[in-house]
Ligand binder design. Structure first.
Ligand code: ADP
Ligand code: UDP
Length: 236
């Protein structure tokens, strides 16, 4: 039987535990919320459950659609067994509609549709505030190989096409989102981390109401209700 052993890591939103199987870890989702690289801190009651269950549901669907993921088995409302991977130190951001930092950087009003899907990369490094990097930086710094980066980009686009359709079917616009990828012990690139209202911007397709972590970042209120509404729409 799989057993949890020592805690390997405590992050801002999750804890990661080793298990008696060296190829597997258990992630445990917390209600802790942070924004602006940890400068803003709070709690979103029930968030850990929403993010765990939503992420697992979406990763199972993605697996069925041919996207390899780290997902193995949900073991409780907050805990999931995943393949242990070595995380590629990149935040892969996919954008369909301008919002957040892109709107600021390019002076585009939030809500402007992008004429083509945009992929951005940030180097995952809290001490440097996750700086944006391009393909040249990534290869020069050897964050991953060219072949791995090509795989990551094509997986990110495939994930976007799948998720856009899925969210449209539940009347949600998928504005943008962040993905992380990891390498399994046999060298395969898989989707890792989570897909949740913490890592995606979700807008109601009709009212454009925000149903994601921007409600926390921007002190809009109704944060818990937005997470609950997204869980209800996704899981039925
Ligand atoms: P942060 O590290 O940004 O505070 P979290 O609180 O979400 O983020 O912590 C979860 C950590 O676990 C992240 O560093 C993430 O990259 C890492 N991680 C996600 N999936 C896996 C996996 N399958 N194997 C190993 N590490 C993982
Ligand atoms: N994002 C994330 N983690 C980060 C940075 C961004 O999950 O550390 C997600 C964020 O939720 C949004 C998308 O990536 O869905 C794009 O975020 P943006 O670059 O606009 O940054 P922000 O406005 O959040 O600072």
């Amino acid at each position: 039987m799989l057993e949890k052993t020592e805690q390997l890591y405590e992050g801002k939103a999750k804890k990661v535990f080793a298990t008696n199987d060296p190829s597997l870890v258990i992630v445990s989702y917390k209600d802790d919320a942070t924004a602006f690289n940890g400068a803003k801190k709070g709690t979103i009651v029930g968030k850990g459950v929403v993010n765990n269950r939503m992420s697992n549901f979406l990763m199972e669907k993605l697996e069925a659609a041919g996207v390899p993921t780290h997902f193995v088995k949900e073991i409780s409302d907050r805990e999931t067994v995943v393949k242990k991977v070595s995380i590629v130190p990149l935040e892969v951001i996919v954008r369909n509609i301008a919002a957040g930092s892109l709107s600021k950087r390019l002076g585009l009003p939030e809500g402007t549709p992008m004429k083509r899907t945009v992929i951005e990369y940030c180097y995952k490094c809290d001490a440097l505030d996750d700086p944006m990097v391009n393909e040249y930086h990534i290869l020069a710094m050897e964050y991953c190989t060219k072949e791995e980066l090509d795989t990551i980009a094509s997986m990110a686009l495939k994930i976007n096409e799948f998720l856009k359709k899925f969210f449209a079917s539940i009347k949600v616009e998928l504005v943008d989102f962040k993905l992380e990828f990891g390498k399994t012990q046999d060298g395969k690139i898989v989707l890792a981390d989570e897909i949740s209202p913490d890592t995606c911007r979700f807008w109601d397709a009709e009212t454009h109401e925000k149903l994601d972590k921007d409600r926390f970042r921007r002190d809009m209120g109704g944060v818990e209700d937005a997470y609950k509404e997204m869980m209800k729409r996704v899981l039925g």
